[in-house]
Design a binder for this molecule. Sequence first.
Ligand code: MG
Length: 241
Amino acid sequence: MLSVRWAQASDVGRVRQVNEDACFGSERLFAVADGMGGHAAGDVASQLAIAAIEQLAGQPEIEVADLLATVQLANAQILRAAAEQPAYGGMGTTLTGLAVVQVSGREHWAVFNVGDSRVYRYAEATLRQLTVDHSAVQELVDAGQLTDSQARHHPRRNVVTRSLGSDPAPLADVELYEPVLGDRLLLCSDGLTNELLDAEIAQVLQVLTDPAEVVAELVRRANQSGGRDNTTVVVVDVTAT
Ligand code: MG
């Protein structure tokens, strides 16, 4: 049976007044949400998304369909809250994460994503992004009109093309992976990836063993680099399969 060791950290950064990110971790379900919307409404949206994830974590078993249903449910709850409270109008959030699901009687990771928060896998000294950003710059990169490094500095780099809080509801990407002993999974908001290059992130994942130390160090480095956004990091180590 899959077992993990994990840690999470979420930090307001050095510029923002409010932390609009939220995250959740349990043995079998992990998620990061990065809210958007004025007057702290983004923080309501991300917390609604994470509350829906937390509820799902209470189920004895999770299937891919449950993840998709949870995204729909969270989307509906965000839309309802926005309709009831004018200050919440237009709020939204990313939602990304991973869950242990049963496929043909075997445990798999289901990596799910809406928006531009990310899940990475660090294995054999290589950091690989598992999620594909739903963002304006990713579309330009896919079309061959921008390089990855140009995308990092593009003025529209914060524009997401899919988020929770939209009508019609967004479709979540879901990919399945076999859990591998020794794998390290990283979930993060763009506050981390806008401040640190993948190579810097990989170096921290390489050097530090304890997930609690890893998340603290990644947040520290994001803040050292400017801390222009909220930074949220979850690290999950596979300790048995
Ligand atoms: Mg952000």
